[in-house]
Structure formats: C-alpha cells, structure tokens
Design a protein around this ligand. Structure first.
Ligand code: COA
Length: 233
C-alpha cells in the first residue's frame, strides 16, 4: 500500500489530478516517509500511518492521546500534566475555537499528537503540545505531525509557527545556570546535553529566537523557537 503511494506520488503532482490537494500530498508524504523509515522485512507492509484531525467523538483515541501526553512528559516536565486527568483536560481544550488538533494513527491506535493555538490575530500559531509515543519515536512521526500543522497554519493564512521548549530536567547546557545578565549570550552557545527536542525542531527549520530564564524555577528556562511557514511574496 505504502509502496503504491510512493510510486504514485510523482503522478499525483500532475495537473490532471486536480482533486489531490496540497494537504493530501502532505498526508501521503508523511505516510510514505514514516513507512520508509520503519522499513524492515517484517513491518514495511503492515504499518500504515494516517494523520487526521482528532475529533471530539474519538473517545477511545482521546484517552490514548491523554495517556501518551502524560507518559511523554512525566520525565522531562512532570508538572506540565501531573496526571491523566490534566492530560485529558488538555486534549479537550484542543477542540476550542482557534485550535488545530491532529493525531497520528497506526492501526487505529494513537501514536502521536500535535495541536496548535491561534495567536496574534492568526498571524502566529503556537505549537502546543507535541508528543509521539515512546515506542514509536525517531521514525518520522514527529516530523509528519509538525509538517501537517505547518501546512494547516499556512492554509489558514498564518505566517509563523512557534514553540516553547522547556528545559526542566537538565537536557541542555542552559540548565542550572544563572542566565542573567546576558541570557542571549548563553543562548547563543546552547548545547544539547541529553536529548532536548530543540535539535529536532532545528532539523525542521525552526530557529531559536529567545529564552525565558528561570521560567520553571531557578535554572529551568523555557526556550523559544519559531519558523516562517509561508513564503513571502
Ligand atoms: C520530540 C518528539 C516529538 C520527536 O518525535 P519523533 O517522531 O521521535 O521525531 P522524528 O522521528 O520525526 O525525528 C526527526 C529528526 O529529529 C531527531 N530528533 C528527534 N527527537 C530528538 C531529540 N529529542 N533530540 C535530538 N534530535 C531529535 C531525529 O533523530 C531525527 O533526526 P534525523 O532526521 O537526522 O534522522 C518526540 O521525541 C517526543 O514526543 N518527545 C517527548 C515530548 C516532547 O519533547 N515534545 C516536544 C516538547 S517542545
């Protein structure tokens, strides 16, 4: 199935297939990238991944997303969603006005979730939250989810997508440091010491654009990253 999609991608780009939208193409590309990156003789054919809107009626999937969110941050940001209840509240909030909420499904099970919040009159959107199931990381799902959010923000007329990436657990060289009086100097020399996601975002074209010293307590900063998602005319 995935190979069939891969082979047909170049044809889908032809103008005689007007019903294939950019968003569809993104979906296909995400699906293909994921399948290819999961390549092994055993799973290549039976690991189709789909990205679609998370729907209010998706009761079982919403619970899976909440569990994934809770588990995904319990180590690095334990106060973000201290329990499944708080995680579920976050999931429910993603259905509010001015939100985007997309889920990655594998065999109808949630393996990743990304949401975004409209800000600055829709010129800017905040990516929040983003999580991929522990057992499915580094297989391209995070990239596929962010790409989908970028595409949606672009379609809605947004220019910028930004994300706040805390360091509450010693994952960068900024952790435990007094960033004053020159926080930007320290930010310039940031190093990833323990798998902080800022490098993941850099690979997707995000740029570090700021830091809030002590955002989560002394020496626990929040790191801001942004990306222009629309080409300027
Ligand atoms: C961060 C996260 C969403 C990435 O999802 P993923 O599906 O594993 O990412 P991808 O497979 O698309 O990775 C794309 C690239 O980024 C790299 N990458 C992923 N996570 C990384 C990390 N924490 N640090 C450095 N590089 C990372 C991958 O190795 C890959 O590199 P490559 O293209 O050279 O092979 C996932 O690790 C996660 O859910 N983490 C816990 C929650 C979290 O940190 N959310 C973001 C909070 S701001």
């Amino acid at each position: 199935m995935a190979l069939a999609k891969l082979l047909s991608l170049k044809f889908l780009r032809k103008p005689e297939f007007p019903l294939i939208t950019e968003s569809c193409l993104h979906d296909l590309q995400a699906s293909v990238r994921y399948s290819v990156s999961c390549f092994s003789p055993f799973n290549f054919w039976n690991r189709p991944m789909k990205i679609r809107d998370l729907e209010f009626e998706d009761d079982a999937i919403k619970i899976q997303v909440a569990e994934m969110l809770f588990a995904g941050f319990s180590d690095m940001s334990p106060d973000a969603w201290p329990g499944i209840r708080e995680a579920m509240e976050e999931v429910e909030e993603s259905f509010s006005a001015g939100r985007i909420s997309v889920v990655a499904l594998e065999n109808k099970r949630a393996v990743g979730w990304a949401a975004a919040i409209r800000q600055y009159n829709g010129n800017t959107w905040e990516l929040h939250p983003l999580v991929v199931h522990q057992s499915h990381r580094t297989a391209g799902i995070g990239t596929a989810l962010v790409t989908e959010i970028e595409s949606r923000v672009n379609e809605s007329g947004g220019l910028t997508l930004w994300v706040a990436a805390d360091d509450e657990s010693g994952k960068t060289s900024l952790f435990g440091q007094d960033l004053y009086p020159e926080p930007l100097e320290k930010l310039k020399n940031i190093r990833n010491t323990n798998g902080h996601p800022f490098e993941f975002y850099e690979k997707l074209g995000f740029t570090i654009c700021g830091v809030l010293p002590d955002a989560n307590g002394f020496g626990k900063p929040d790191i801001f990253m942004a990306k222009r998602v629309r080409r300027l005319k």
